[in-house]
Design a protein around this ligand. Structure first.
Ligand code: SF4
Length: 316
C-alpha cells in the first residue's frame, strides 16, 4: 500500500479518524525505538515457525516471564515437529500441566498440529496466515503471529495493546473494524515481523494501562492525542488511570519544557503542557499552579510573581 492510498478515503461511519500525513516518519520512529532497546524473549531470536508456534500457544494463558522456562524445556525435549509428532500425547499433556500452562487441550492441539505438519505438509510449515489456520488449535491471531514472526508474511496484529495504542494516539474509535483498518494502514508493507513486535512492545512497556510516556521515551509523543490532552482512557481503561500516573506525566513535561526556556509565565507554559489548557478552564491556571506549587515544594521549580502574573523557571 502506498502512503497516498493509506491516507485515502474510507467508507464506513466509524472512519472519523485519520493517521498523520507523515506516516513514514511515524513508522520509522517506532521501529527505531524498538530496535534501540526492547525486552528480550528467546522466541524473538528465532524464525523457526515451530518454536514460534509453541511460544504463541504457551503465552495465550501464561505470563511471558513464566513462559520462557517452559518454552526452553519443551523445545529441549521435543525440538522439532518430527519429535513432537512421535511423542506420546500423554507425555505432552503431562508436561503442560507440570508447567502450569493452563488448558491442557492446548497441549493436545499442539501435538495434533505437529502430526499434521508431518503427515500433510511433509514437515514444512505453510507460510500464509490462512493456511496456518488449518492447523489444529491455531486461530487467526496465532496464525498471523507465526506468519509474521517466522516468515515476515503476516497482517498487522490487532490485540488489546494495539487497540489501546491506536485509540490513544490517533483517536481510532472503539470499533473492531476501525482498529483493524488503522493497524493495517500503519504497518509498513512487507515488515510485519519487526512492526508487530514493535507495536506490541510499545503497548507492553510504554503505552500500558497507566502509560509511561516520558519514562519509556515513547517515540509517538509528538503525534499522540492522549499525550497532548492528558486523557489516557482507552477501551480497556474506561476511567482515567491513577491520578498519580497522569500527574507524574505532567510534572515530567513541566520540567522538560522549562528546561528549554529561561522562564515562562503560566499562560505560556500551560499550552505547552497540554493542548486543552484554557486559563480559566478545568485544566487552566489553577490546575497548573497546583502542579507547579508541588514542584516548587520539591525544590525543582521556582515561582515568582511579576506584574500580576506568575512566572515559572527551573530551580538553579
Ligand atoms: S505518548 Fe503515552 S499515551 Fe501516547 S502512545 Fe506514547 S505511551 Fe501511549
Amino acid at each position: 500500500m502506498t502512503d497516498a492510498e493509506s491516507t485515502g478515503e474510507r467508507d464506513t461511519d466509524t472512519d472519523a479518524w485519520t493517521l498523520p500525513e507523515e506516516l513514514p516518519a511515524v513508522r520509522e520512529a517506532l521501529i527505531e525505538w524498538y530496535e534501540a532497546d526492547h525486552r528480550s524473549f528467546p522466541w524473538r531470536e528465532t524464525d523457526d515457525p515451530y518454536a514460534i508456534l509453541v511460544s504463541e500457544v504457551m503465552s495465550q494463558q501464561t505470563q511471558l516471564d513464566r513462559v520462557i522456562e517452559a518454552w526452553e524445556n519443551f523445545l529441549d525435549r521435543w525440538p522439532t515437529t518430527t519429535a513432537l509428532a512421535e511423542a506420546d500425547r500423554g507425555d505432552v499433556v503431562r508436561f503442560w500441566s507440570d508447567h502450569s500452562l493452563g488448558y491442557n487441550n492446548r497441549a493436545k492441539y499442539l501435538h495434533e498440529a505437529a502430526e499434521q505438519i508431518e503427515g500433510e505438509y511433509d514437515g514444512e510449515f505453510p507460510d500464509e496466515p490462512e493456511e496456518l489456520q488449518e492447523l489444529m488449535g491455531v486461530g487467526p491471531y496465532t496464525a498471523n503471529a507465526v506468519a509474521s514472526f517466522a516468515f515476515n508474511n503476516g497482517d498487522a496484529v490487532v490485540d488489546t495493546n494495539v487497540k489501546r495504542v491506536t485509540y490513544r494516539v490517533f483517536g481510532v474509535p472503539d470499533d473492531d473494524e476501525a482498529f483493524e483498518a488503522a493497524a493495517n494502514e500503519l504497518m509498513p508493507e512487507g515488515r510485519s515481523r519487526v512492526w508487530n513486535n514493535a507495536i506490541m512492545e510499545l503497548g507492553g512497556v510504554a503505552c500500558t494501562q497507566t502509560p509511561r510516556c516520558d519514562e519509556a521515551g515513547c517515540p509517538w509523543r509528538e503525534w499522540c492525542g492522549a499525550y497532548q490532552t492528558g486523557d489516557f482512557t482507552a477501551p480497556d481503561v474506561p476511567t482515567q488511570p491513577s491520578f498519580e500516573g497522569s500527574r507524574r506525566q505532567f510534572r515530567g513535561r513541566v520540567i522538560r519544557v522549562l528546561g528549554e526556556h529561561d522562564e515562562l509565565p503560566l499562560d505560556e507554559l500551560g499550552p505547552r503542557i497540554r493542548v486543552d489548557y484554557t486559563p480559566d478552564g478545568t485544566h487552566g491556571r489553577d490546575w497548573l499552579r497546583g502542579l507547579l506549587t508541588d514542584l516548587s515544594d520539591d525544590g525543582l521549580v521556582r515561582l515568582v510573581d511579576r506584574d500580576g502574573s506568575t512566572v515559572a523557571s527551573l530551580q538553579q
